[in-house]
Ligand binder design. Structure first.
Ligand SMILES: Cc1cc2nc3c(=O)[nH]c(=O)nc-3n(C[C@H](O)[C@H](O)[C@H](O)COP(=O)(O)OP(=O)(O)OC[C@H]3O[C@@H](n4cnc5c(N)ncnc54)[C@H](O)[C@@H]3O)c2cc1C
Length: 434
């Protein structure tokens, strides 16, 4: 199956069209092949190119590089995420391991943008975990204790302050973390493409159809060519399962989001002219909502089991209506026709929210499954899986490998049934927050 994306993603549409697109149209041999050119694959390619300037490195993507989830996300480079209940020391220890990985992820992105002087609308504004339900104070209090124990600066805010800071009186309570960055995900991934070292051969719009190991070489079939490689890194995130990789440990979830046009000066005034902000939901299926630097509102409020390869325009439209309602609920003073574009994107999930970072066979490596935090973690894991595939070690690898590994998932139809039921339950729990 081929990935067929909508062309509605505002982040992508903000960028210049690329002209240097090469498709794979002949057979190739190489030392290194990377499948998937999002944050993970691009970082892996960059690192390998630095480590092996004289070896042949090929990077292939089924669509235009970077135009999968890496451009389609909400742009939160997170230092912390909210999970329910950290009452035991063991849970605290697990949370710390996770946060250590996020920290390295932020450092990896920071290093990249500093080295290449990348403008990706970087804003160290922190982020809000917000709810319209005062009863969620318990969850936030619990979270606050965890953050305090781990030394993360934060504070809890209530309706009046939130109304001033966000320009909406929808939220009754929020926890604001000082850490965490808002950025333009499209600009970030485009910079990773534009600065790819010369010894990386990038082929786009070229889907890997199947692969197998024959006499020690990995044979990869594409529509118009075969690549034989000595080593391979799979960086296809939400599409790992469809390539037969770690099938009992990850599954794809489809998200949709919408972005408004730029607010006019009077519309911006009507919401109190706040500075850029980002809100994440307290209840898992609630809306992620962001005011961008250039006065647009982004909202993501769906997550579902759906065909990861394609969402039709009519299905996308249905979801964008939910996003329109989400905006009207929070900003009734704004016109109800200001959504400019809507898009879908695929994330990879595991049962225990842990990531995949592994050698799965001799010369075969995989990194992915970041749930909602792949900007930093993907950038980090890409670079580090390249180091691991080179039989080297690093402090970062030690930190990554100290995490809990993803736990086993039942096969379909049980998995699909279980996930759908859980999502319905979460959606009901979060219905006021969508
Ligand atoms: C709506 C949305 C909101 C999100 N919000 C955030 C957020 O705020 N913060 C955050 O950190 N993360 C967020 N995420 C998650 C984040 O975008 C991902 O974790 C991240 O993009 C993963 O990067 P990646 O390079 O591993 O995978 P991807 O960006 O998914 O790249 C994988 C690539 O593999 C390619 N591919 C797939 N199959 C094949 C094949 N057969 N042959 C060749 N190539 C193939 C795809 O075309 C794709 O380009 C969000 C995701 C979505 C969809």
């Amino acid at each position: 199956m081929e990935v067929i994306n909508d062309n509605g993603c505002s982040w992508i549409n903000d960028l210049n069209l690329r002209s240097d697109i090469k498709l794979l149209e002949k057979n190739e041999d190489c030392e290194w092949l990377i499948i998937g050119a999002g944050y993970t694959g691009l970082s892996a390619a960059r690192k390998l190119a630095q480590l092996y300037p004289n070896q042949k490195i090929i990077l292939v993507d089924a669509q235009l590089a970077g135009e999968g989830a890496s451009s389609r996300n909400s742009g939160y480079l997170v230092d912390t995420t909210l999970n329910d209940g950290f009452t035991s020391n063991k849970e605290l220890e697990n949370y710390k391991k996770k946060a250590n990985i996020y920290k390295l992820g932020i450092e990896a992105v920071k290093k990249f943008i500093k080295e290449y002087q990348v403008d990706c609308d970087w804003n160290e504004s922190g982020k809000y975990f917000a709810s319209s339900k005062l009863e969620d104070q318990k969850i936030l209090q619990n979270f606050s204790e965890t953050l305090s124990k781990l030394g993360f600066e934060h504070n809890i805010l209530f309706k009046n302050t939130l109304a001033k800071r966000l320009g909406t009186d929808f939220y009754n309570i929020a926890l604001h973390t000082k850490g965490g960055i808002l950025l333009h995900p499209g600009k970030l991934v485009r910079a990773m493409i534009d600065t790819l070292p010369k010894n990386v051969n990038l082929y786009e719009n070229s889907s890997l159809l199947d692969w197998k190991k024959i006499n020690g070489m990995i044979n990869c079939n594409f529509k118009k060519g075969l690549i034989k490689t000595q080593k391979i890194i799979f960086a296809t995130n939400g599409f790992l399962k469809s390539l037969g990789i770690k099938i009992n440990y990850n599954f794809p979830i489809t998200l949709t989001a919408s972005m408004t046009r730029n607010l006019t000066d009077s519309e911006f005034k009507s919401i109190g002219e706040p500075s850029e902000w980002g809100v994440l939901p307290v209840r898992p299926m609630g809306a992620t909502i962001r005011l961008t630097k250039d006065k647009r509102i982004l909202i993501r409020n769906t997550a579902e089991v759906y065909n990861p390869y394609h969402m039709s325009q009519s299905e996308l439209y249905k979801r964008s209506l939910k996003q329109k309602i989400g905006i009207i609920k929070r900003f009734p003073q704004l016109p109800d026709n200001i959504i400019q574009s809507s898009w879908s994107g695929i994330v990879s999930r595991s049962r225990n929210s842990s990531q995949i970072f592994e050698k799965i066979d001799e010369n075969i490596f995989v990194a992915g499954c970041y749930n909602g935090s792949g900007i930093g973690v993907g950038t980090l894991f890409g670079e580090q899986i390249a180091i691991k595939a080179s039989n080297e070690n690093s402090e970062e690898i030690k930190t990554i490998e100290a995490r809990n590994k993803p736990t086993w998932l039942p096969p379909n139809p049980f998995l699909s049934f279980g996930v759908k039921t859980r999502l319905i339950y979460e959606r009901i729990r979060a219905r006021s927050e969508i």
